[in-house]
Design a binder for this molecule. Sequence first.
Ligand code: 13P
Ligand code: SF4
Length: 331
Amino acid sequence: MSIDYKAEIERLKKELDVTLVAHYYQRDEVFEMADITGDSLELARRCKADDNPWVVFCGVGFMGQSVKVIAPEKRVLMPKIACCAMARMIDGSYFDDSVNYMVEHGIAKEDILPITYINSDATVKAKVGEMGGYVCTSSNAFKIIEKGLETGKKILFVPDRCLGQNFAIKMGLKSCVIGEGECDPKEADVICFNGFCSVHQLFTVDDIEFYRNKYPDIKIAVHPECDPKVVQAADFAGSTSQLIKYVNELDPEQKVAIGTEYNLVNRMRQKNTYVLSSTKPECPTMNETTLEDLYKTLKSIEEGNPINEIQVGEHTVKYANLALERMLAIK
Ligand code: 13P
Ligand code: SF4
């Protein structure tokens, strides 16, 4: 007899002291089961404030890890420990290489303030925390960079070169990307690591021109992980929650093309809302989690043999927590 996953998940949620969390990019059927949904900043804040001892997190690895770091007493399970491709582009040694690059170009280590996008491994966050730096997300990067600049230090921004460059442009700062052309840390305010999101690189200025030619009054809204040329050509750039708010506040007759992950755009897709791409921009790792995975994870708690539990070493928790808490303290 086949299992009714939805009914079983509902039953297990009622019987266990568990909070089910899902990022906006999750498949619809998984997303619909969640108690808490949001962008990466909201998920971190709400998981920390939540009372349940168990968290089942449907998202990508760094998200579950971040919950474990800010609330180490919680048991955090992930139905799929799928790693964000951008987060995988940097590890502790690449981070050290970036610091060394700046030092070799005349910036003393104590004059570097590192900021890591939350899309990074806890070990990178720990290195950032040890150097007095911050975590940021796409919804608070402006405030965090502003805070970092108050120290008078050079900002090392990892791993997303697009997010770093986009916020530097917005703030009237000079940026450069290590490994891309001439990058002289003495000449720039924000020095970016050369990472990127392959999903958000799918959106192009040609896509924007296509829609503007077809519908001259259309609005274009994109995620700041898109290339700076795309962000410059758009009407609005914001985190997943900020994109939802922007679209919800538009007149229903206003056409809008959205440049972010397919599952979210498809869910927002009422009349007059378009995907800013001729491809289907799905995040492969976000899409890995299925209802069956979710059911098996909850069932493993019921059976007293939890699977896919997130573990983070004590040293990493201590310093990654510093960088995350510095971010959470900024309202
Ligand atoms: P948000 O912070 O907007 O939720 O983005 C997370 C992410 O991975 C975007 O690709
Ligand atoms: Fe990572 Fe890009 Fe997927 Fe976001 S959309 S989780 S940045 S690979």
